[in-house]
Design a binder for this molecule. Structure first.
Ligand code: ACO
Length: 335
């Protein structure tokens, strides 16, 4: 048995925050944000919208587009760093409950912005081992709940959203995920960290007064490591599989900063047509960024059945990963 990407869907909340809005909140400018990150706007969830609400809406779309019934889904996995609840229940369980899929395994994984590639690797392993047949994977984030809107070095970067996919067993090797690479290095754990409200620094007045419940990032050091690690990782996965960068139809990287994406694209000699860029309108949505970008090219008709994609992610942990896979679902125009 092989594992194949059968459908994709995404959801973004209605409210949009523009760079001009941030000029009124912190000491920043539209020009600085655009020049340093490529971001113009990001979507922000409503107060009463939780991460599972965003994930549920993306999952519903992915399920509608998949050639399987909801009753055939036998595993739900969600990647998130902004779960509905700190400890339990998992956001995957909440998404299952909203979908009415209640008697299957469901759990969350934590791999920050690499979440979607990690999800694909777990789904692939479950399917290839024969344990599961149809896995619903969801990258969902309400990052606005862990962003410090008084910290200009992070608040302008992040947005909310969700992307989902159905991964199914197939005997047809041409449909299969070709290869996945995931890795991590905890020595860089403090490059991206939410220091408070976990077991190390449990929630207390002091933690809250010091804004330790929010994301902190050593941006410039993360930037340099991201370019180096991402470039090496994609070159390795292409070499290992005897695939040239010219054979990649769509390069779908984690959408954190257009300068990181351009640097990696340049190192691989990719053309602008090959590189998928959505950071400008969504900002960094962590585990949701790659499936949201895939959904953008899918709905615009750019992504067609059988076309080869290269995914590339990097995030807190530090974690990173890449994946070579064809799209094996129904073309958008034929839904
Ligand atoms: N507006 C105006 N000035 C700002 C802002 C802002 N919003 N933010 C920072 N600055 C200032 C800094 O204070 C600094 O000022 P100083 O020189 O007086 O000290 C100056 O701009 C330069 O700051 P740098 O941090 O060196 O700027 P850089 O060019 O590195 O851009 C950025 C910052 C956008 C954060 C970039 O480093 C980046 O994209 N890093 C990587 C992010 C990433 O990939 N993260 C991984 C995934 S995220 C996840 O896993 C959740």
């Amino acid at each position: 048995m092989y594992a194949a990407l059968k459908s994709i869907g995404s959801y973004v909340p209605e409210t949009i925050l523009s760079n001009k809005d941030f000029e009124k909140m912190v000491d920043t400018t539209d020009e600085w944000i655009l020049k340093r990150t490529g971001i113009s706007t990001r979507h922000i969830a409503a107060e009463d919208e939780a991460t599972s609400d965003l994930g549920y809406k993306a999952a519903q779309i992915a399920l509608d587009r998949a050639p399987v019934e909801e009753s055939e889904i036998d595993l739900i996995i969600c990647a998130t760093i902004s779960p509905d609840y700190l400890c339990m229940p998992s956001t995957a369980c909440m998404i299952g409950e909203k979908l009415g899929i209640n008697n299957v395994a469901a759990f969350d994984i934590s791999a920050a912005c690499s979440g979607f590639v990690y999800l694909l690797s777990v789904a692939k392993a479950f399917i290839e081992s024969g344990m599961k047949k149809n896995v619903l994977i969801v990258g969902a984030e309400k990052l606005s709940s862990i962003v410090d809107y008084s910290d200009r070095t992070t608040c302008v970067l992040f947005g909310d959203g969700a992307g989902a996919a159905v991964i199914s067993a197939t005997e047809d090797k041409s449909e299969a995920i070709v290869d996945i690479h995931t890795s991590a290095d905890g020595r860089y754990g403090d490059f991206l960290i939410t220091p408070g409200c976990g077991s190390k620094n449990p929630c207390s007045n002091e933690v809250i007064e010091n804004n330790m419940q929010f994301m902190k990032m050593r941006g410039n050091e993360t930037f340099k490591l991201a370019v180096k690690t991402l470039t090496k990782d994609v070159i390795d996965i292409l070499d290992k599989n005897g695939i040239k960068s010219a054979d990649i139809k769509h390069f779908v990287p984690h959408q954190a900063n257009y300068r990181i994406i351009n640097a990696v694209g340049k190192a691989l000699n990719l053309t602008p047509e090959q590189v998928v860029l959505t950071v400008g309108k969504y900002g960094n949505t962590s585990s949701a960024s790659v499936p949201m970008a895939m959904n953008d090219i899918y709905e615009s008709g750019r992504l067609q059945k059988g076309e080869l994609m290269l995914l590339d992610t990097f995030g807190g942990g530090l974690t990173w990963g890449s994946c070579l896979l064809p799209f094996s679902g129904t073309n958008y125009a034929d839904l």
